[in-house]
Design a protein around this ligand. Structure first.
Ligand code: SAM
Length: 231
């Protein structure tokens, strides 16, 4: 078998894992489903060993088929319960919402490896907040052509320097956690587009609820920060 062709979102994730963890001793992909990411990582020799974790039986069977004959265990279970502490050096979770990702990351803290590669489908700010509070430093943020966002985190013992320019007050810190400290500093074109579109949308609504009002306030803080740091 050879390395499969991946859709752009997973290819960018695989490239990110290669950039940070080339030669990873053992990588776990939780919620492996089709198993394509791990197969690519193993066939391309980006990681030496893999563990695919899956909760549901049909995707589990798909992963088993895809990963047969490779140095990879395919394990049935909920989140990190399929791992032993210290067993993996990196892990990925992709294509799920923030609530699922956060419950997976929080339920077995002893099994968290040094490197986390995450692609939340929604609620990315909650994932950044969890990482900030759990001692994982944000190393890279990637915005793909199809508007997926990827995050790489590394375990560390001190405060995350990625937020150094946003730590002066709680509102600015929260704004950077929601919209991304790297994207803000890059003045990422997709972020600018999204902030402007969302702010126009909320400003046209006749009445805003508490959550929308808060979101609009953070959008304004982000736009002001970008205007103040335009040089
Ligand atoms: C939408 S698919 C994403 C598949 C793949 N990671 C990707 O990005 O293309 C989500 C997969 O995660 C699995 N899943 C959801 N919650 C899980 C959990 N707590 N533990 C393990 N697998 C889970 C689902 O069964 C499903 O196969």
């Amino acid at each position: 078998m050879s390395a499969p062709k991946l859709q752009d979102r997973l290819q960018r994730l695989a490239d990110l894992i290669a950039e940070k963890c080339q030669g990873s001793r053992c990588h776990a992909d939780i919620g492996s489903d089709h198993g394509l990411l791990l197969r690519y990582l193993l066939e391309s020799k980006i990681v030496y060993r893999g563990i695919a974790g899956e909760l549901r039986s049909t995707p589990l069977a798909n992963s088993k088929r895809q990963l047969r004959d490779l140095p990879c265990d395919v394990r049935h279970g909920n989140g990190l319960e399929v791992l032993h502490p210290g067993e993996v050096s990196s892990l990925s979770i992709s294509g799920m919402g923030d609530q699922t990702i956060l419950s997976i990351l929080s339920n077995h803290p002893a099994c968290l490896p040094k490197w986390l590669f995450l692609q939340p489908n929604k609620g990315i700010g909650a994932v950044r907040k969890w990482a900030y509070e759990s001692g994982f430093h944000l190393k890279t943020e990637i915005w793909t052509k199809k508007d997926f966002q990827l995050l790489a985190f590394q375990k560390a013992d001190w405060r995350d320097p990625a937020y150094a320019r946003f730590a002066e007050n709680d509102d600015l810190l929260e704004t950077s956690q929601i919209f991304g400290p790297v994207f803000l500093q890059q003045r990422h074109a997709s972020l600018l587009k999204r902030l402007q579109a969302e702010s126009r949308y909320y400003e046209l609504l006749p009445k805003l609820g508490v959550i929308s009002k808060h979101r609009l306030r953070l959008i304004h803080i982000a736009l002001r920060w970008l205007a103040d740091h335009s040089k």
